[in-house]
Design a protein. Structure first.
Length: 368
């Protein structure tokens, strides 16, 4: 949610939201900046000043949640960062990445020139998030592109969020360096899992997709070092036209070389950014992608490795695999086709990405 406070001309702030006096008093005791929504005004605390009496903005904020977290910009823009009712909250560390995956949902220019969120800002945001948050994701870009200062952020998360589950999204290449593995062990939040993608069973395929020579060897080396250190690992396989036939081979490689991983997630693509630009090279219809995913799933499950299927509509997947399908697309990105209105599995289905619906070309079908 993005709103505009027309009369605000103060400094950039991270602010929490209080919708009643009880939460207001709780946030006052935390000594952090927050907005309190009274009957007819928006108050900024701890300054205890009215910054808006806009009825439309007040009404929209009343439909938000206590302890939501926002960025309040100098021009009065108020953008939601943390939704206390959601399991889909994340820290966005940087847009930059040391790989250049041809099917990445971010554009090339973001990975090359995108900005960073400073560690001080990340920590300030984390101060506002309730300590009992059930799940938080750390993502980018490649989070480790901001350098070793990221461990100062990890240390803060570890000390504040004792029971929170953390998911770290990374290409894993940095963990080929022993010192990064050791520092992660020393500073990482207690309940962490690292999600790392593998795009091919051999360097030629993986490095062709990442467009980064040596990335396969670095990633596999990093995974093995993390597993040896007892770190929980999720492997992600993104199915595209470029690796469709190799997906079962990747499953075999995982089974033979790194069977200790917690689970493997096999994913359909999000067709935005570079993926959209390169759609003629990477796009694969859902049923073809699901067929590759199903073959890999059987290989992994026969070896006792758990599997999840992400971003697939149920109509593209054989019924015996439905229980593995997750509702993995965030609410603001999920879409359904016209035919989905008559599908008896609509409520159980995770739909498809908004950026993909123009490419499905009648592939979606109602299950009746």
């Amino acid at each position: 949610m993005i709103l505009k406070l027309e009369n605000y001309n103060g400094k950039y702030k991270i602010v929490s939201l209080a919708l009643n006096s009880e939460v207001r008093d709780d946030l006052l005791s935390d000594n952090i900046d927050f907005l309190y929504i009274s009957e007819n005004a928006i108050w900024l605390y701890p300054e205890d000043i009215v910054i808006s009496e806009d009825e439309q903005v007040i009404d929209k904020l009343r439909n938000a949640h206590n302890y939501d977290v926002y960025e309040l910009w100098e021009n009065g823009r108020l953008s939601e960062y943390y939704d206390d009712s959601s399991m889909d909250n994340y820290f966005f560390v940087t847009a930059k990445c040391n790989s250049n995956c041809i099917m990445c949902p971010s554009p090339d220019i973001s990975r090359q020139r995108g900005g960073n969120t400073s560690v001080n800002t990340l920590i300030e945001i984390a101060k506002h998030i309730p300590a009992d948050a059930p799940h938080l994701t750390i993502t980018g870009g490649e989070p480790f592109m901001i350098g070793p200062d990221i461990f100062r952020f990890f240390e803060f998360l570890r000390d504040k969020f004792e029971g929170t589950e953390f998911l770290l999204l990374t290409n894993g290449r940095i963990f080929a360096i022993d010192s990064y593995v050791q520092r992660f062990i020393e500073n990482a939040p207690n309940n962490s899992i690292i999600a790392i993608p593998i795009h091919g069973s051999i360097p030629a395929i993986h490095d062709m997709i990442t467009q980064a020579d040596g990335s396969f060897d670095q990633t596999i080396s990093g995974i093995k070092k993390l597993l040896k250190a007892g770190i929980h690992i999720e492997i992600r396989l993104v199915v595209s036209k470029l690796n469709e036939k190799d997906i079962p081979n990747i499953a075999c490689m995982i089974s033979e070389e790194i069977p200790e991983v917690d689970y493997v997630s096999i994913m359909a693509m999000e067709m935005t950014g570079s993926a959209r630009v390169n759609s003629n090279k990477v796009w694969i219809p859902y049923k073809k992608a699901a067929l590759a995913a199903e073959k890999a799933t059987l290989i992994l499950m026969e070896r006792g490795i758990d599997v999840k299927l992400y971003n697939f509509p149920l109509c593209a997947v054989k019924k015996e695999f439905w229980t593995l399908c997750e509702k993995s697309i965030s609410p603001d990105k999920v879409r359904f086709g016209e035919t989905c209105e008559n599908c008896k599995m609509r409520k159980a289905c995770g739909g498809i990405f908004a950026g993909t619906i123009s490419l499905e070309k009648g592939e979606l079908r109602a299950i009746v």
